[in-house]
Write a protein that binds this ligand. Structure first.
Ligand code: 5GP
Ligand code: MN
Length: 337
């Protein structure tokens, strides 16, 4: 098997040409994945602000599904580019897609890939390979690393708005510069972003260290019911918990407050694998998985139609929470590294 690698010189050139081929008054549509996170929104909006600096006047940014911007990101620069899926340009000249590993994550917007020009910016090793020009770099810590490179090749200088978006993307996807992909290049990019004058302390407080009281109570309850299964994952252990729509209702919280619930769960020292199963419908669950190295959870997710990275991945599960977890437990043993 050959190792995946980043975009080729031809692909970068094709992406630059695709952007330069459209007029400043042509419609440009930016799309990120359903239930957007910091990297999806940050890479998309930062790039959108860059297009504005290039003189583009008609830029829409959107994502499929429920049109809610998670609380931590409601002050992100560039939010004025954002429009609900139903209002997004129906027939844009150019489409750019951010942080989307598979077309299914584009929901009803997948058809927009048929635009005359499309460019996919991503960093998922599981990227299925869709769209016109593919800028997929599995070694990039965040999609914003790819977006920054493309802006720089287009000759757009960083400003504080672009920098704040890209910084949020980089900080969220590297777990605040803690994960393995936090390379010298990541710190060099962070340094360039901070040099524009953005305030990392304020940004971190907003996106990581702030949330409603109800979210804390909900988290407490969901963590309180976690289960440790030390025999799972070939004896390396799995810790898991679940949250229902009723849990959200009782605490008056929107679903996105559960996006970071995996973090306290994956801290458990007795387990290599952490799993959080979050109800999204009558018998539908959004499954988040993390591994410390014993299992390729991206491979597990891909068998279920999902994807992600080797140590962080997810998919949509069906049935009862317990059935979904049983399936994961069985698959872990098949994907030990
Ligand atoms: P999280 O657990 O934080 O939601 O997601 C972890 C990683 O898995 C992210 O890189 C995310 O893009 C990916 N991921 C999560 N859910 C899905 C899914 O349903 N399909 C795909 N293709 N990737 C997913
Ligand atoms: Mn990402």
């Amino acid at each position: 098997m050959t190792l995946p690698s980043g975009p080729s010189a031809d692909q970068w050139a094709a992406a630059v040409a695709a952007v330069r081929s459209v007029g400043a008054d042509d419609e440009v549509l930016l799309i990120c994945h359903v239930n957007p996170d910091g990297d999806a929104l940050g890479s998309m909006l930062g790039f959108g602000l860059g297009l504005r600096r290039l003189g583009f006047t008609r830029v829409h940014a959107t994502f499929p599904g429920e049109f809610t911007v998670p609380g931590p990101y409601t002050e992100m620069p560039g939010l004025d580019l954002l429009v609900p899926e139903a209002e997004a340009f129906a027939d844009p000249r150019l489409v750019l897609v951010f942080d989307v590993a598979s077309e299914s994550r584009l929901g009803g917007l997948a058809g927009r890939l048929a635009a005359p020009r499309s460019v996919v910016l991503d960093h998922h090793a599981s990227n299925a390979g869709f769209g016109g020009v593919r800028l997929v770099d599995p070694d990039a810590a965040a999609t914003s690393v790819v977006a920054d490179e493309l802006l720089s090749r287009l000759g757009v200088p960083l400003d504080t708005g672009i920098a704040e978006c890209f910084y949020i993307a980089l900080a969220t996807d590297t777990g605040s510069f803690r994960f393995d992909m936090t390379t010298p290049a990541v710190h060099e990019l962070a340094a360039r972003l901070i040099a524009t004058g953005i305030r990392p302390g304020d940004i971190s407080r907003r996106i990581f260290d702030s949330g409603p009281f109800g979210a804390m109570k909900l988290t407490g309850e969901v963590l309180g019911r976690a289960v440790l299964d030390e025999s799972a994952a070939g004896g390396r252990g799995m810790v898991w918990t679940w949250a229902t729509l009723d849990d959200l209702d009782r605490h008056g919280q929107p679903p996105y407050v559960l996006d970071t619930l995996i973090d306290p769960v994956r801290r458990v020292a007795e387990a290599d694998v952490a799993v959080v199963v979050k109800q999204t419908g009558a018998a539908e669950w959004s499954v988040s998985m993390r591994s410390k190295g014993a299992v390729d959870v991206s491979a597990v997710a891909m068998t279920q139609g999902g994807g992600g990275h080797r140590l962080a991945a997810g998919f949509t599960g069906h049935g009862e929470a317990r059935d979904v977890v049983d399936t994961v437990r069985r698959l872990l043993d098949l994907h030990l590294t």
